[in-house]
Design a protein around this ligand. Structure first.
Ligand code: 13P
Length: 254
């Protein structure tokens, strides 16, 4: 059966020492062995400490980006194989902050998705509309196109290792949240797009997360929506108690 997955995206926060302290605090609060899936996507320099801190807890560790080439002269980049060897099992690809500030395009997102999957990583593929697209009423077209382009040449078997995170850009870090109805509706559009590409069964199996100012107060209502199968949490993933409360809300759903 499909599992709810709650993932934290720390973004550019937490030093190695802070990471160690965080996992000491979160471990007793979250029993990820018999609950929803729990993932923390941490900065590259925190990966080793996070992998160590999560040992024995059932919590999985992810990175926040991956390069699409196997190796070579790409100064500053990190390959999928390097992540695998570091004990990483997930990677975020296509986060809107990478699209907005670092020139990430649908094409490079697709290349990164394929490189990560080929190396055996699980992918949290982020997509979502900007505020003006929501205002113009073209959200469905935008997310559907982003889904198709990101998954180009991804096989049905590989899709089993993909989670899609629907993150409306206007809701990220702003305190604004999509209403549960908006989140459900747009996650439904993404699922229908995946059904058109891979069939209904594959679409039903797909975990689609909502992300954008999800917190301990609004999580239960968002997670109660049929098309919302988890959350990708930014700010609230830096606070052990808040994050544990979101995991508890998700377990209430299972
Ligand atoms: P916030 O939860 O801080 O809005 O961030 C969401 C996000 O971008 C997760 O990837």
């Amino acid at each position: 059966m499909k599992k709810t997955v709650i993932a934290g995206n720390w973004k550019m926060n937490m030093t190695r020492a802070e990471t160690k302290a965080f996992f000491r605090e979160i471990a007793p609060l979250v029993n990820a062995k018999d609950s929803c899936g729990v993932v923390f996507c941490v900065p590259f320099t925190d990966l080793a400490a996070a992998v160590r801190g999560a040992r024995g807890t059932g919590i999985k560790i992810g990175a926040q980006n991956v390069h699409f080439m196997e190796k070579g002269a790409y100064t500053g980049e990190i390959s999928a194989k390097m992540l695998r060897e570091a004990g990483v099992s997930y990677v975020i690809v296509g986060h809107s902050e990478r699209r907005q500030y670092f020139g990430e395009t649908d094409e490079t997102v697709n290349l990164r998705v394929k490189a990560a999957l080929a190396a055996g990583l699980k992918v949290i593929l982020c997509l979502g509309e900007m505020r003006d697209a929501r205002e113009k009423g073209i959200t469905d077209e935008v997310v559907s196109m982003q889904t198709k382009l990101a998954l180009r040449d991804v096989t049905e078997k590989q899709l089993r290792s993909v989670i899609i995170a629907y993150e409306p850009v206007w809701a990220i870090g702003t305190g604004l949240t999509a209403t549960p109805e908006q989140a459900d509706e747009t996650c439904g559009v993404i699922r229908a797009t995946v059904a058109s590409l891979y069939g209904k069964k594959a679409a039903r199996r797909l975990v689609i997360q909502y992300g954008g100012s999800m917190n301990e107060k609004n999580a239960a209502e968002l997670l109660a929506q049929p098309n919302v199968n988890g959350g990708l949490i930014g700010g609230a993933s830096l606070k052990p108690a808040a994050f544990a409360a979101i995991v508890a809300a998700a377990n209430g759903k299972n």
